[in-house]
Design a protein around this ligand. Sequence first.
Ligand SMILES: *[C@@H]1O[C@H](CO)[C@@H](O)[C@H](O)[C@H]1NC(C)=O
Ligand SMILES: *[C@@H]1O[C@H](CO)[C@@H](O)[C@H](O)[C@H]1NC(C)=O
Ligand SMILES: *[C@@H]1O[C@H](CO)[C@@H](O)[C@H](O)[C@H]1NC(C)=O
Ligand SMILES: *[C@@H]1O[C@H](CO)[C@@H](O)[C@H](O)[C@H]1NC(C)=O
Ligand SMILES: *[C@@H]1O[C@H](CO)[C@@H](O)[C@H](O)[C@H]1NC(C)=O
Ligand SMILES: *[C@@H]1O[C@H](CO)[C@@H](O)[C@H](O)[C@H]1NC(C)=O
Ligand SMILES: *[C@@H]1O[C@H](CO)[C@@H](O)[C@H](O)[C@H]1NC(C)=O
Ligand SMILES: *[C@@H]1O[C@H](CO)[C@@H](O)[C@H](O)[C@H]1NC(C)=O
Ligand SMILES: *[C@@H]1O[C@H](CO)[C@@H](O)[C@H](O)[C@H]1NC(C)=O
Ligand SMILES: *[C@@H]1O[C@H](CO)[C@@H](O)[C@H](O)[C@H]1NC(C)=O
Ligand SMILES: *[C@@H]1O[C@H](CO)[C@@H](O)[C@H](O)[C@H]1NC(C)=O
Ligand SMILES: *[C@@H]1O[C@H](CO)[C@@H](O)[C@H](O)[C@H]1NC(C)=O
Length: 476
Amino acid sequence: MPPLTLWLLISAVLAQRQEISLNSIIISNITYNNISPPTFTLPTSDSPINLSVSLCSDQLPSPRFFLNSASTSVPSPDGGDGGIEISLDEGLGTWNGTTPNGGILAVYTGQLSSGVVVPPWTFQLGVSNGDPLHTVLDGLPLLGDTTASQALIFSPSFSSLPISSPSYPNYTLPESNTTMPNAPSNVPNFTLALFPTSSSPPSLAKSACAVLGQQSANENMTTSLAFRGSEGFRTQWLVEDLDNRTNYTAFVVQDGAKVSEAIFLSTKSSSFACPLLHSLPFCPQTAYSVPLQPPKAPFTSYNTTNLDPAISSSFLSSLQNFSTTLSAFPCGRDVYSPLKGCTDCFDTYRTWLCAVAFPQCADPPSNPSTFFSPTPPSESPTPALLAQSSSNRSPILPDLGTSHTILLPCIETCQAVDRSCPPFLGWRCPVMAVNANWSYGLGFIDGIDGSEGQGRISGASGRGVDRWGGMWCSGL
Ligand SMILES: *[C@@H]1O[C@H](CO)[C@@H](O)[C@H](O)[C@H]1NC(C)=O
Ligand SMILES: *[C@@H]1O[C@H](CO)[C@@H](O)[C@H](O)[C@H]1NC(C)=O
Ligand SMILES: *[C@@H]1O[C@H](CO)[C@@H](O)[C@H](O)[C@H]1NC(C)=O
Ligand SMILES: *[C@@H]1O[C@H](CO)[C@@H](O)[C@H](O)[C@H]1NC(C)=O
Ligand SMILES: *[C@@H]1O[C@H](CO)[C@@H](O)[C@H](O)[C@H]1NC(C)=O
Ligand SMILES: *[C@@H]1O[C@H](CO)[C@@H](O)[C@H](O)[C@H]1NC(C)=O
Ligand SMILES: *[C@@H]1O[C@H](CO)[C@@H](O)[C@H](O)[C@H]1NC(C)=O
Ligand SMILES: *[C@@H]1O[C@H](CO)[C@@H](O)[C@H](O)[C@H]1NC(C)=O
Ligand SMILES: *[C@@H]1O[C@H](CO)[C@@H](O)[C@H](O)[C@H]1NC(C)=O
Ligand SMILES: *[C@@H]1O[C@H](CO)[C@@H](O)[C@H](O)[C@H]1NC(C)=O
Ligand SMILES: *[C@@H]1O[C@H](CO)[C@@H](O)[C@H](O)[C@H]1NC(C)=O
Ligand SMILES: *[C@@H]1O[C@H](CO)[C@@H](O)[C@H](O)[C@H]1NC(C)=O
C-alpha cells in the first residue's frame, strides 16, 4: 500500500478521460478526489447537442458538474477556463449548445469533513443530437385501484388506434364482444418504481436512476399490455405482496432514463374483501376492485380467464341490445349532432354500462377526505361512497353476502351518453338537485351546474381518481 499522497497521484495519472459518444448514456461512479476531478469528453459537434446529467445517489455533499464547451481545458469551479456549471434540479441537469472543438465535463466533489467515509457518487451522462436522453415524461402514471395487498398501476398511455369512421350505408357499430387489438409495434420499455411514501417529498424526483434505486415494493408483479379504448395502450402492473393501509409512491421510468412525475396511493385495510377486476376487452377502462367473491387459487384477481362466463354474457347481452336499438337510427345518414355520431353514442354507453354493471368497492374510511401524498392539495372533498348491505348494487353480479361500501359512478358517465346519443333513445340522467347523489358522484369532474371541467377535483383530467391517491367517483 503506497502512502496516501502517492496513492492520490497514481489515481490522478490513471484517471482516464472517459468519452461520451453521441446518443448514448454512460454510468459513472466517482469517489472523493480533490487533486484531479474526473473528466469526460464530449463529441465534437457543429450542430446543437443536448447534454443531460442524472444524479443517481442522494448522499451529500452533491457533486457539481462543470462544462467547458469551447476548448479542451478542464473547467474549474472558480469560474476559470470558461467553464459553466450545469445545475441540477431534483437530480436532473441539462445543457444545449454546440461543441465545435469537443468539450470537457469535470465533476467536483464537495469538501468532506475529515473522517467521513462516503460511498461512491453514481450518475449518468447522456449526449443526444435530438431530445435530451434524460427527461421528465409528459404523461402521468394512472392508478387503477388497490386492495389490502395489491395495486393495479398503469404507465402513461402511448399509442392509440386510428379511429375508424364508418359511413352510410355501411355504418357498422363496434362489436359488443370485442377482442383486444393487436399490440402496437412501438411498446416503450417502461419500468415501475414503487416504494413506501416517506414523510418528505421524494428527492431527486427527476432522475430516473435515483427513482429506480428506491424501488422496494415491486419485486412480485405481473406486467402486461392493457388496451384502454379511447385512451389507447398502457403498460399495466399488478403488484402483489404489499402491506395493508400503507402509503406508496409510484414512478414510471422509460428506457431507464426518462421518468414520470410521481403518483401516490394507499393500500386498503386488511378487512377489505373485494378483488380486482381488469383486462376485459369489452370494458377496457374497468380496472378496480369489485364486489365479487375472492377468485379461486392460483388467481389473485379477475380477468376474462376466470370471470364467470354468465357475468360476461349478461353484460354483453345488455350491450348488444343497446346496439340493436341504436341501429334503428340511420347512423351516418341522418345527423343528430355536428360533433357526435353513433360510434360515440355506443362508446359512452359502454363506459356507463361498465361503471354500473361493475361497481367499484371502497374502504369505509376512517377519514374519508384523506390524500396520501406528503404534500396534498388543500381542497379535499368527500368521495361518493354508499354503504351496501349484502345485496349487490350491480344488476348482473351475484349478491356478495356481506355488507360493503361502494364508490358511485361519476355522473359524467351518464351525461356523456346524453350528449352523444340520438334523442330518439330518450336517455335521461337524474336531476342533480333531486336525488342524483344516491346513484352518482356529483360535481367532481364537471361543476354541479354542468360546467365542463369545472369540478372539485382535477376537472381537466376528466377522471374520478387523482394523482394524490384520492378516489372520488368511479368509471372514468
Ligand atoms: C458503482 O458503485 C456501486 C457501489 O459500489 C456499485 O454497486 C455499482 O455497480 C457501481 N456502478 C458502476 C457503473 O460502476
Ligand atoms: C438551451 O439552454 C438554454 C439555457 O442554457 C435554455 O434557455 C434554452 O431553452 C435551451 N434550448 C433548448 C432548445 O432546449
Ligand atoms: C434539445 O432538446 C430540446 C427540448 O427537448 C429540443 O427542443 C431541441 O430540439 C433539442 N435539440 C436538438 C439539437 O435536437
Ligand atoms: C357497402 O357494403 C356492400 C356489401 O358489403 C358493398 O358492396 C358496398 O361497396 C359497400 N359500400 C360502401 C360505400 O362501402
Ligand atoms: C407473488 O404473490 C402471489 C400472491 O400474493 C403469491 O401467491 C406468490 O407466491 C408470490 N410470488 C413470489 C415469487 O413471491
Ligand atoms: C428496459 O429497461 C430496463 C431498465 O433500464 C433494462 O434493465 C432492460 O434491459 C430494458 N429492456 C429492454 C428490452 O430494452
Ligand atoms: C396489516 O398491517 C399490520 C401492520 O403493518 C400487520 O400487523 C398485519 O399483519 C397486516 N394484516 C394483514 C392481513 O396483512
Ligand atoms: C388473466 O390472469 C392470469 C393470471 O394472472 C393470466 O395468466 C392470464 O393470461 C390472464 N388472462 C388474460 C386474458 O389476460
Ligand atoms: C366473446 O368472445 C369470446 C372470444 O372471442 C368467446 O370465447 C365468448 O364465448 C364470447 N362471449 C359471448 C357471450 O358471446
Ligand atoms: C336483450 O334482448 C333480448 C331479446 O329481446 C332479451 O331476451 C334479453 O333479455 C335482453 N337482455 C337484456 C340484458 O336486457
Ligand atoms: C398516509 O398519508 C396520509 C395523508 O398524508 C396520512 O394522514 C397517513 O398518516 C399516512 N399513513 C401512513 C401509514 O403513513
Ligand atoms: C344526498 O343529498 C341529500 C341532501 O343533500 C342528503 O340528505 C343525502 O344523505 C345524500 N345522499 C347520499 C347517498 O349522499
